[in-house]
Design a protein around this ligand. Structure first.
Ligand code: GLU
Length: 277
């Protein structure tokens, strides 16, 4: 009898430890899988920028805030580069959970992806060399060489409105456009003012923002089509970020030294207002 009890106890202990080992294993494996993958730009200082293993910029600040709000710790965020041209495909292929990459909400893009937000309103503008005194807006681009990025709304606007007069050169990223401007291969670069302000601030005084915006770009959080649950979590996070003052602080931190201030007529936007314009 005694022997029987001992055996039963030993068996119970074995079963218990097996169960708790399995539970523990399951928990730790689910912990490693508790990650969120976010697409950002890597070459836009002040907006989305990678230096070594550090990610900075306003898009990164908003993305972190949203991820934290959804219960992810900073170390659980996986950052991926999302160049302008690849954003829709990255979402469609489930390469990322969301994209915050100076990504304008447009009807055309809404055919293939959905958006949370908006969380910022920028305006398309021009960047020129500091000694340039003739280019004050898109009306002065006749016969000029202009750089923009493939897959951006900025390139589309130029093609649709100014193509007969402007020589457009498309590049994969804005860093390449800035280099083309430094080297006198183009006369100007066009994209959103917040991006150009960051490039100018990093040019050691060689480039300047024209500061005459000619569009409104509503920055959205790109998500997989039909993920309405995620969209409402994102919008709650953005509205919280604005009401706690964290949005204002993030703008200040990320535009410090650039001289750039967001247009207060449109900023901060309320998430899900202005969408679709
Ligand atoms: N906001 C514009 C766009 O989504 C231009 C900036 C960019 O290329 O990311 O196309």
């Amino acid at each position: 009898m005694k022997n029987y009890v001992r055996k039963a106890v030993a068996a119970a202990v074995a079963v218990f430890s097996l169960v708790s080992f399995a539970a523990c294993g399951a928990r730790s494996s689910s912990r490693t899988e508790h990650r969120i993958t976010i697409g950002i730009k890597f070459d836009q200082p002040g907006v989305g920028f990678k230096k070594g293993g550090t990610y900075t910029g306003f898009d990164v600040s908003v993305a972190r805030y949203i991820a934290n709000y959804m219960g992810y710790e900073d170390y659980e965020i996986v950052w991926k580069e999302a160049p302008s041209k690849q954003r829709e495909a990255m979402l469609q292929n489930n390469d990322v959970d969301m994209i915050l990459a100076s990504y304008s909400i447009t009807d055309d893009r809404k055919k293939t992806v959905d958006f949370g937000g908006p969380y910022f309103v920028a305006g398309q503008d021009l960047l020129v060399r500091s000694d340039n005194t003739t280019i004050k807006g898109p009306q002065d681009l006749d016969g000029k060489r202009l750089c923009s990025v493939t897959g951006s709304t900025s390139a589309v606007v130029i093609k649709e409105r100014y193509s007969s007069k402007v020589q457009l050169m498309e590049q994969p990223g804005y860093a390449e456009c800035a280099t083309a401007l430094f080297s006198d291969i183009v006369d100007a670069v066009t994209t959103d003012n917040i991006i150009l302000a960051g490039l100018a601030a990093n040019s050691r005084g060689r480039l300047k923002l024209v500061s005459a915006p000619f569009t409104q770009e509503y920055y959205g959080v790109g998500i997989h089509k039909g993920n309405t649950g995620l969209a409402s979590q994102i919008n709650a996070a953005i509205n919280d970020m604005v009401s706690t003052g964290a949005w204002e602080q993030a703008i200040k931190d990320n535009t410090r030294g650039t001289g750039f201030t967001p247009d207060s007529k449109y900023n901060p936007p309320k998430a899900f207002e202005g969408e679709g314009k």
